[in-house]
Design a protein around this ligand. Structure first.
Ligand SMILES: [Zn+2]
Length: 343
């Protein structure tokens, strides 16, 4: 097992309040990193964080070559048909225009089902049309999402710290930078949309990360963030075995409240902050695996995960904050607003 150096982290990143311990002695469910960690929570803003925390120099050690980061894009025939259907829903319900073709009509009808529409829009990270500039995907991996938005007509740019994943993305002709958002040389006011899917929970300073997103965005540009939801039905049901904890790689965990607060304090205007249930089935399966310490997924686990997904969808229809993921869509205030505020 890999040993890492840590330091203490007892106060809230957003409010500086001293946290209370919510879970003690969590361990790496993937068995890669040696040690145990506590999860602290801020009573004021509900943010959760890991204590002790890996020191910045040892962060790369958290992601050894055996860690599953960015899967290669292998799709079965059924998967390809599913992708094509979602793509036709995105085009007709995501602002890319409808036409008289049969595929377009099918997409439009399917998109009338709310869960299908959400699944489709999530498959392109809620990057809606019409294409009007550059889409930057932070933590883009092998470029799965950038390939889709490029096809929809966007200029695309990616950034990632996984050299192998970048090499795959570049083979597809994508422009991808190596590194982190915090040390990127991306020009200020140059990007229309920044997406970061399951990235914010991994960074040392979420507010600094969001400020950097704000810097590169054009005024009126949009940041779209997806991250695990600590108030989800899954977190409540699976408790310390919930897949979303993933110590020691997840340094922070958000709720609707704390993510909106973090984005506001970074300077964003909040357009939408809600939760998604799309990943409930996968999250439940992995949480059952962690709980039962099993590598294989039995039919019993699949059936229980399916029931769990339906339960969460019903619960979230009433409470709107119980889905497995928080979705934040926030905009950069335009220059005129900034001038008014600072004058
Ligand atoms: Zn706080």
């Amino acid at each position: 097992m890999i040993k890492i150096r840590t330091d203490k982290n007892t106060n809230c990143h957003l409010c500086d309040n001293q946290g209370i311990i919510l879970y003690k002695d969590l361990t790496d469910s993937q068995g890669l990193i040696d040690g145990s960690w506590d999860m602290y929570q801020c009573k004021e803003c509900s943010l959760l964080w890991l204590n002790p925390r890996t020191i910045p120099e040892d962060i790369p050690k958290l992601y050894p070559r055996t860690y599953y980061t960015h899967a290669k894009d292998h799709r079965s025939k059924l998967g390809l048909i599913y992708d094509a259907l979602l793509s036709s829903v995105v085009k007709t319900h995501g602002g890319y225009g409808r036409d008289a073709a049969i595929r377009s009509r099918i997409g439009w009808f399917l998109g009338l089902i709310p869960i299908v529409k959400t699944a489709a829009l999530r498959s392109t990270l809620f990057v809606t049309g019409p294409p009007r500039g550059t889409h930057l995907d932070v933590g883009c991996g092998s470029g799965l999402w950038l390939k889709k938005t490029k096809k929809l007509g966007w200029n695309t740019l990616g950034i990632d710290h996984d050299k192998e994943a970048i090499a795959i993305a570049r083979k597809f002709g994508l422009h991808v930078l190596y590194g982190n958002m915090e040390n990127s040389a991306i020009e200020s006011n140059s990007i229309e949309i920044v997406t970061a899917r399951h990235v914010l929970e991994h960074v040392l300073e979420p507010r600094t990360f969001l400020k950097e997103c704000l810097r590169v965005l054009k005024p009126g540009g949009r940041a779209i963030i997806i991250t695990p939801n600590i108030e989800s039905y899954g977190a409540q049901t699976f408790s310390r075995h919930w897949r979303g904890f993933e110590p020691p790689r997840h340094l922070y965990l958000f709720s609707v409240k704390s993510l909106a607060l973090c984005a506001k304090s970074a300077g964003f205007n909040i357009e939408t902050c809600t939760t998604l249930t799309i990943s409930a089935f996968r999250m439940a399966m992995r949480s059952y695996q962690i709980k039962n310490q099993k590598r294989n997924v039995s039919w019993s686990i699949k059936i229980r995960s399916l029931i769990f997904m339906m339960q969460e969808a019903i619960l979230n229809a009433f409470e709107k904050r119980r889905g497995e993921e928080v979705l934040l869509i926030a905009t950069k205030p335009d220059a005129q607003v900034n001038e008014v505020l600072t004058s």
